[in-house]
Write a protein that binds this ligand. Structure first.
Ligand code: 1JT
Length: 255
């Protein structure tokens, strides 16, 4: 499905990362991938992830999306090493712990701007660089969560940032459509990742999904990775500007 495509995947932290699930799905479909990670501290553990059968088709580059210089450097290197890019996966988000613990009304200006900067603005910034390398058209996919439209206690400022991210998907899709670049988001049900570990009551959210979602189970890293890989492929050539739910059907439920 992705043979001869070069795909940049941003946001791998460890083997539980949704970004890593996406990378595995893309590698299974024969893509060449470029993984970006936050900083030198992460480098070694990510090198270990990649070792083995897929090693030759994976490159690793650091990129902190809060830095325009680092984004520029990343895309300069990718241009030199690959010349062309077909896909970009944005699986990056951050909020300050206190903003996910306290009541939403106590969100600080700094915490609000930080969550928006890392979780929403970064998609616009990386898309602007990626479009110049998508010389043959392309597909950009980001990750979101339904806390953008519904109140999920504790998701707080991340919900607001995801609402901005989802709206950005639509505006970017319109800007880039004439270059045959598609932009979509996958709205994932809760998955146990390192980011989710610090969340109070995350376990009870998983239990509720398992009991009530139409599929009566939680989604897996593979469920999400496979859908992202599909959106990166030409099998979804007519889909752009959409938020695709991969949530065992949980979001269709009323009370
Ligand atoms: C961040 C964190 C973004 C956790 C995130 C996230 N997007 C989804 N999650 C998991 C999650 C899921 C539910 C939830 C809270 C978190 C951690 C900090 C960095 C940004 O409900 C309260 C359902």
């Amino acid at each position: 499905m992705l043979t001869n495509k070069n795909i940049i995947i941003m946001g791998v932290r460890n083997k539980w990362s949704i970004a890593w699930g996406t990378a595995k799905a893309c590698l299974e479909q024969n893509a060449g991938i470029i993984l970006t990670y936050l900083g030198e501290r992460e480098k070694e553990s990510i090198e270990k992830l990649v070792q083995g059968e897929y090693e030759q088709r994976v490159r690793l580059y650091p990129c902190d999306v809060s830095s325009d210089e680092q984004i520029q450097e990343l895309f300069d290197k990718v241009e030199k090493d690959f010349g062309i890019v077909h896909g970009l996966v944005h699986a990056v988000a951050h909020a300050r712990t206190e903003d996910l613990r306290d009541s939403f009304i106590n969100t600080s200006r700094d915490g609000f701007l930080h969550a928006m900067n890392i979780s929403a603005y970064s998609l616009i910034a990386v898309s602007r660089y990626a479009k110049d390398l998508m010389k043959d058209g392309g597909s950009i996919v980001t990750l979101t969560y339904q806390g953008s439209n519904r109140v999920v206690q504790g998701y707080n400022v991340m919900g607001v940032a995801k609402a901005a991210l989802e709206s950005s998907v639509r505006y970017l899709a319109d800007d880039l459509g004439m270059q045959n670049i598609r932009v979509n988001a996958v709205s994932a049900g809760p998955v146990k990742t390192l980011s989710a570990m610090g969340i109070q009551n995350f376990g009870s959210i998983l239990d509720i999904v398992q009991q009530r979602a139409p599929l009566r189970r939680n989604v897996t890293q593979k469920d999400i990775g496979d859908t992202v890989a599909c959106l990166l492929s030409d099998y979804t050539a007519g889909i752009t500007g959409q938020i695709i739910y991969v949530d065992s059907g949980f979001s269709i439920l009323g009370a």
